[in-house]
Design a protein around this ligand. Structure first.
Ligand code: SF4
Length: 231
């Protein structure tokens, strides 16, 4: 099967056109995923932090299979602070990179207990002092657990789609986040991340994006946009 390139969509030229295009993108994402939410199962901010650390280089689906048993075995943060790194690594083995993740989780538990009275903090600055919590993890926890818009979660889907939709020209997640924070209204930061992650899993997938069924097709001029089938 051959595909034809149809990158004939005009790029916005003025600030007003750029804003109208972003508004259109946000409106279409709202129609697609009005209630998009974090896919990692959790009951509190601590559990979400653990699940997010475990989700690095791992699917949310697999993390959701591991965490029920994990949180049953270690119901409190203190239980995670007390367990040996070796034992925890064994418990989370199936999520991959288990030694590093176990080190992060036990280190995070001890940090939260020692420095934050056992409560996950509510600022980016404090979150970044916790082992295993870089900006992406901190944004997930602050946004989903507390509703605090500290930034935009930039995972692999957001990274790819922000580039395809020309919302950034950067590849570095921190720079992409800065670009998105300038372009996307703050009140949309939390929902936008969830929506784009869903969009990246279902439509604008990494290989062979489903451009034929994409509601953003008319505003997308991505280089790897797929045209209509020439079969
Ligand atoms: S699915 Fe295709 S048309 Fe839609 S945003 Fe992705 S690359 Fe563009």
């Amino acid at each position: 099967m051959r595909t034809a390139r149809t990158n004939t969509v005009a790029k916005p030229k003025t600030a007003a056109e750029r804003k109208a295009r972003v508004d259109r993108i946000l409106a279409e994402l709202d129609k697609l995923y009005p209630n998009a939410a974090c896919a990692l199962h959790h009951h509190n901010a601590w559990q979400l932090l653990v699940a997010t650390i475990l989700s690095a280089q791992c699917t949310d689906e697999r993390v959701n299979k591991v965490t029920p048993g994990l949180f049953a075995k270690y119901p409190e943060i203190a239980d995670f602070a007390a367990v040996s790194q070796e034992e925890l690594a064994n418990d989370i083995r199936s999520t991959g990179f288990f030694n590093n993740k176990a080190k992060s989780v036990t280190g995070a538990a001890r940090k939260v207990i020692n420095d934050f009275h056992g409560e996950i903090p509510r600022t980016m600055e404090e979150m970044l002092t916790i082992p295993g919590a870089a900006r992406k993890t901190a944004n997930v926890v602050l946004g989903t657990a507390y509703g605090i818009a500290s930034g935009v979660v930039v995972d692999t889907h957001v990274q790819r789609i922000a580039n395809r939709l020309d919302l950034t020209k950067n590849q570095d997640p921190v720079k992409i986040e800065q670009d998105l924070m300038k372009t996307i209204p703050r009140e949309r930061w939390i929902l936008f991340s969830h929506q784009v992650i869903h969009f990246g899993r279902n439509i604008c997938v990494a290989r062979k994006p489903k451009c034929g069924e994409c509601p953003l097709n008319s505003v997308c001029y991505a280089k790897d946009k797929a045209g209509p089938s020439m079969e």
